[in-house]
Design a protein around this ligand. Structure first.
Ligand code: XIL
Length: 390
């Protein structure tokens, strides 16, 4: 069977699969076990198991977890000299109890970092050495606490602008580009076994991708070991095209690092702003046209979402040799940050499970894609083996 025919039969069988049919005999982590880890970002109700239904669900479906918020600076280090690990400890305990690959997110970011980190009491910026000491103290304390337990860290998050230049964040303005190298050196010293990642969004776009590649090269030239690049993958139904995603995975892996999809979700609502602007102060009641599906997703959009997820996973599975993990940014639609970003109070449908925790057609599409592609590759390795040993 030639490859075109195989792809044709694969596409046909996915299209013909009964939409909504649940593959009861499988789960995401079973279906993808030969490809990469499959993860979800968790909120406290899931990892403390106060929401027992969702907690069980996470145990059944996922073999990796990310903390949606509880390891961010504003939560673990809210005031100078005061750390609060009460939620982060529960998160790590949940992952360990369920033998999951536990991710830390994130050490250095311009968001969700309190003002005191960057400013003196009078509002003036702190000086270079003060900020560097503060960064070192933060990373050694947080990474050190979970040494050997959190397996990989998003060390720096979102340091590159759309045009590929380095973001003029307070980190950059006060420490210069050296903050990048320093952050990875501190993290490596705090836990030499931990995997260290660079994580960003929209790196499918050519200028930003080039900037991220330059950033990784800068780290590598300084002797820093970066394990993987995280492509966040907050995507829309029609953007970015899968070819750009595939190109980005190839380009990053050519740097000698692994690639992970770290924050996957598919926004199905009308675009509220051009570019990456957000104004969460906009009340959706003032702009009802931005919230077209408050009472449920029309079948046609549900089907488009399923096709989009099938196409995305087809790319990831095709690149399985380069990929470490695919993580969804939430478990069910009601959890998703996209209900409140970039506009507050909308009803979005970006994930694989609905607000009742039921699998959506997109879930079935992912399982079908995994099953078909793994079957096709198993078949071709059998054929290759029989050719080499006639
Ligand atoms: C989001 C969380 O999902 C929200 O709950 C929070 O209010 C804001 O941050 N990129 C990231 C994530 O790296 O940390 C963000 O998570 C989504 C965008």
């Amino acid at each position: 069977m030639n490859i075109e025919f195989k792809l044709f039969t694969l596409a046909a069988s996915i299209l013909l699969a009964p939409v909504g049919a649940v593959l009861a005999d499988s789960t995401l982590k079973d279906a993808l076990k030969n490809d990469f880890l499959i993860g979800a970002a968790l909120n406290p109700s899931q990892f403390t198991e106060s929401n027992a239904v969702e907690a069980n669900f996470v145990k059944q479906q996922f073999d990796s977890i990310s903390p949606e918020n509880v390891l961010k600076w504003e939560i673990v280090h809210p005031e100078p000299g005061r750390f609060d690990f009460s939620l982060a400890d529960r998160y790590v305990e949940f992952g360990e109890a369920n033998h999951m690959f536990i991710i830390g997110h994130t050490l250095v970011w311009h968001e969700q970092t309190p003002d005191w980190v960057f400013k003196n009491a009078d509002g003036s910026p702190v000086d270079h050495d003060t900020l560097l000491n503060c960064l070192s103290n933060h990373i050694f304390t947080v990474v050190g606490r979970y040494k050997g337990r959190i397996k990989g860290w998003d060390v720096v998050n979102e340091a590159v602008n759309e045009d590929g230049t380095l973001r003029q964040s307070p980190w950059y303005k006060i420490l210069g580009p050296d903050f990048l190298v320093k952050a990875y050196q501190f993290a490596h010293a705090a836990d030499p076994q931990a995997e260290l990642y660079y994580n960003d969004y929209s790196t499918e776009n050519e200028p930003k991708r080039r900037g991220a590649i330059a950033l990784i090269r800068r780290l590598q030239a300084a002797g820093v070991h970066v394990t993987a690049v995280g492509i966040q993958e907050h995507v829309r139904l029609d953007w970015p095209p899968t070819q750009l995603i595939s190109d980005a995975i190839t380009a990053f892996s050519q740097l000698g690092v692994k690639v992970s999809i770290t924050e996957l979700d598919v926004d199905v609502l009308p675009e509220a702003f051009r570019g990456n602007g957000a104004d969460v102060s906009i009340n959706v009641a003032q702009r009802a046209e931005l919230n077209p599906y408050p009472n449920g997703l029309p079948d046609s959009v549900q089907a488009a979402l399923a096709r989009r997820y099938a196409d995305l996973f087809a790319v990831y599975i095709k690149h399985r040799a380069e990929m470490e993990r695919v993580t969804l940014w939430g478990v069910e639609d009601g959890d998703s940050w996209l209900n409140n970003w970039p506009v507050r109070g909308r009803t979005n449908y970006p994930l694989l499970f609905d607000r009742e925790g039921q699998p959506k057609p997109a879930y079935t599409a992912v399982l079908q894609t995994a099953r078909q592609m793994n079957m096709a590759s198993h078949q071709s390795s059998l054929e290759a083996a029989s050719l080499s040993h006639p």
